[in-house]
Design a protein around this ligand. Structure first.
Ligand SMILES: C[S@@+](CC[C@H](N)C(=O)[O-])C[C@H]1O[C@@H](n2cnc3c(N)ncnc32)[C@H](O)[C@@H]1O
Length: 283
């Protein structure tokens, strides 16, 4: 049985992709109540727990652990305190892995972590626990997600494996939003046509859809511009690769946080398949 424990599961982006790949969830853990409510509403075994403490009770042997520790300690948009940041999740992750002892480990984080001394340390610890370990920077746009989102993925397990397979086609935001332009408020980036993949979605509710190209200087009150409207968290969820009926719980701001923090489900799907194929699963 291909079973998985999803650690730092958030609103379930990775969980959705893993389920789609054919994995059965044993637990999806997060310490944010709202995210756990979303997980449970989505049919996952959501468990409200602080992962800096051991998961109490007995866990069956699992095929894999998926982990998306918080990216804020490693993001170039923050102070990059790494393990000095109290939000860093890697220490907790290794404690959990040593207890759960999964056959496979798959991790996801911001690509800003790649090339840092901290990531080299993390990789060394993963290599001490698993025979075959590879890390890749993958862009969600190559996996059927209409968004530029580079993620640092690591796969570790007992067998050699092929890198996750790139999807055969690209998806554009226009497929859902129609023709126009997307631009985040408070971003130096220029607007992008909806025929191109959109810029990286964040936890801030600040992405606008424009009928006309707004150029580099946004009007002072973008919200009131007749050509602009703010995207709803459901629209940004679609741009993140979530199914339209994903039952997010919470306020609009809390929904946007769950969307902005997520691993795009199609990316998690491709990563899980790479490990599953190495273990003889065929579709
Ligand atoms: C990058 S987000 C996870 C995104 C998720 N994998 C997805 O694809 O939707 C990190 C999550 O870790 C949770 N978290 C951070 N520290 C935690 C801890 N000590 N214990 C449990 N959850 C934690 C946060 O609440 C947040 O939802």
């Amino acid at each position: 049985m291909f079973t998985v424990v999803d650690l730092f599961a958030g609103g379930g982006g990775a969980s959705v992709g893993l389920r789609h790949a054919g994995l059965r969830h044993v637990l999806s853990v997060d310490f944010w109540e709202r995210a756990v409510e979303t997980l449970i509403a989505s049919g996952f075994p959501g468990y409200h727990h602080d992962l800096s403490k051991p998961i109490p009770g007995w866990l069956p042997p699992v095929w894999a652990v998926w982990a998306s520790p918080p990216c804020q300690p490693h993001s170039r948009n923050g102070k990059r305190l790494g393990k000095e940041d109290p939000r860093d999740g890697y220490g907790a992750l290794f404690d959990q892995i040593d207890r759960i002892k999964p056959r496979w480990l798959m991790t996801e984080n911001t690509s800003h972590l790649d090339g840092t001394d901290y990531w080299a340390e993390v990789l060394e610890k993963i290599r001490a626990r698993f025979e075959f370990v590879e890390a890749f920077v993958l862009n969600a746009r190559d996996y059927g997600v209409p968004q530029d989102r580079a993620r640092l993925i690591c796969i570790a397990g007992p067998r050699p494996f092929e890198p996750p397979k790139i999807a055969w086609g690209r998806l554009a935001p226009s497929a859902f939003l129609g023709d126009g332009f997307l631009r985040a408020e408070q971003s130096g980036a220029t607007a992008r046509s909806t025929s191109e993949v959109c810029q990286t979605i964040t936890a801030a509710r600040n992405l606008y859809f424009w009928k006309t190209n707004p150029g580099r200087r946004l009007p002072r009150d973008t919200c009131k511009h007749p050509d602009a409207r703010i995207l709803s968290p459901y629209e940004t969820a679609w741009l993140q690769g979530f199914p339209l009926d994903h039952p997010f719980r919470g306020t609009l701001g809390e929904m946007q946080t769950q969307v902005g923090n997520a691993c795009p489900p199609p990316l998690a799907y491709a990563v899980a398949r790479a490990a599953m194929e190495a273990d003889g699963f065929s579709w």
